[in-house]
Design a protein around this ligand. Structure first.
Ligand SMILES: *Cc1c(COP(=O)(O)O)cnc(C)c1O
Length: 381
């Protein structure tokens, strides 16, 4: 079966005469009939997850071609669970410089407190990764494209290096939403997701997931999740599962409208360049063509030199693009990124003539979005 079909028809067996969607069971306590079942039943307590969680885990495994899935309260927790479960005191960890900021902060601040050393590497220099591996390096934490910088990792080189040194690879696959890139098929060991973005798709819930094919890694992740008491609430699990059913269909529209707006932007006077991996103008377009089967609605935009007052006037003149964090919902969003970029290395980020913005193209008609941008651009003249 093809992906949209699999995501719609993945269901746990609930007997005959069932509703299309699983029930939301709000429960801490499960009542069990005997002393034996009290201790042996799985699930035996609400924190272990109920019907809706099982169905969401199965659908996510179908999406990522994974065997095991662990749900978390948000995307950041998926990343911190995966990293926290697989590293130990004395280890050295490599992380890509364009890793999601709070995950990067967890690695540099929390892991340091746990006796783990961390080295950040420039995602555009995957060929130098080999020289950064130390005797105690165990793990590489990856994300591509960077969700602010849109630089792409050469995953073939990364995976070859990791395998040569026996390193565990972890990949945040939120941009591809699990649809347009399948890290496990490319040799990655563990995938993390912010379900909050495209899977939920309506900006009304947070959620996360960690997926793998390896039984031994899955066991370590499950034990860590139990130890830390991580569990996703049933209402949010329901919303993530409901979103997954329509994910491929929605993503196609985000992608199509994203291309329409990005291509238009490439020809506008205030724009220096657009950072969209699916456009031939993107420096790593060839990597994207090799590894990805599509794009989404999230891309970057570098303006020509712009004084801060004019940038503010532009942002505040937009009526359809809201200013706010997160993305993947039906509504279009824009953020100025410069405040988040200081931590990053690399010439590409620092050799910009003007501000970097990030756009999320929602499900509005792209003609209306273009008209909104064109109107706001008059403030940059
Ligand atoms: C948003 C995001 C996260 C964190 O997800 P939350 O649910 O907001 O915690 C992690 N990784 C990436 C790439 C993201 O975009």
């Amino acid at each position: 079966m093809k992906e949209p079909t699999r995501l719609i028809h993945t269901r746990v067996d609930r007997g005959i005469g069932k509703t299309v969607n699983p029930p939301i069971e709000r429960g801490s306590t499960l009542l069990l009939p005997t002393r034996k079942t009290l201790y042996d039943a799985k699930p035996g307590y609400g924190r272990m997850g109920l019907t809706v969680h099982r169905e969401l885990e199965q659908a996510l495994c179908a999406l990522e071609n994974a065997k095991q899935c662990r749900l978390t309260m948000n995307g950041l927790q998926a990343c911190t669970l995966a990293v926290g479960a697989l590293v130990k005191a004395g280890d050295h960890v490599l992380i890509t410089d364009s890793l999601y900021g709070p995950t990067s902060r967890f690695c540099t601040r929390r892991l340091a407190a746990m006796g783990v050393t961390v080295t950040r590497f420039n995602p555009l220099q995957a060929d130098r990764l080999d020289s950064l591996v130390q005797d105690n390096t165990t793990t590489i934490v990856l994300e591509s494209p960077g969700s602010l910088t849109f630089d792409l990792l050469d995953m073939d080189t990364v995976i070859t290096t990791a395998k040569a040194h026996g390193l565990i690879t972890l990949f945040d696959n939120t941009w591809a939403a699990g649809v347009t890139y399948k890290p496990l098929d490319h040799g990655v060991d563990v995938v993390m997701h912010a379900l909050t973005k495209y899977p939920v798709g309506h900006a009304d819930a947070l959620g996360g997931a960690v997926l793998t094919r390896s039984d031994s890694l899955a066991r370590r992740i499950a034990e860590c999740s139990e130890d830390w008491g991580i569990a996703l609430g049933p209402d949010d699990a329901y919303l993530a599962l409901r979103g997954l059913r329509t994910l491929p269909t929605r993503l196609k529209q985000h992608e199509a409208s994203g291309y329409t707006v990005a291509r238009w932007l490439e020809h506008q006077a205030p724009v220096h360049h657009v950072l969209h991996p699916g456009l031939p103008s993107h420096p790593e377009h060839a990597i994207w063509q090799r590894d990805f089967t599509g794009a989404c609605g999230l891309f970057g935009l570098v303006l020509n030199a712009t004084p801060p007052e004019k940038l503010d006037a532009f942002l505040e003149a937009l009526e359809l693009f809201g200013m706010g964090f997160s993305w993947g919902g039906y509504e279009s969003l824009i953020i100025p990124c410069d405040d988040q970029l200081e931590r990053l290395d690399g010439d590409r980020i620092h050799a910009r003539p003007g501000p970097l913005l990030r756009l999320h193209i929602g499900l509005e008609d792209p003609d209306d979005l273009i008209a909104d941008l064109a109107n706001a651009f008059t403030h940059l003249a």
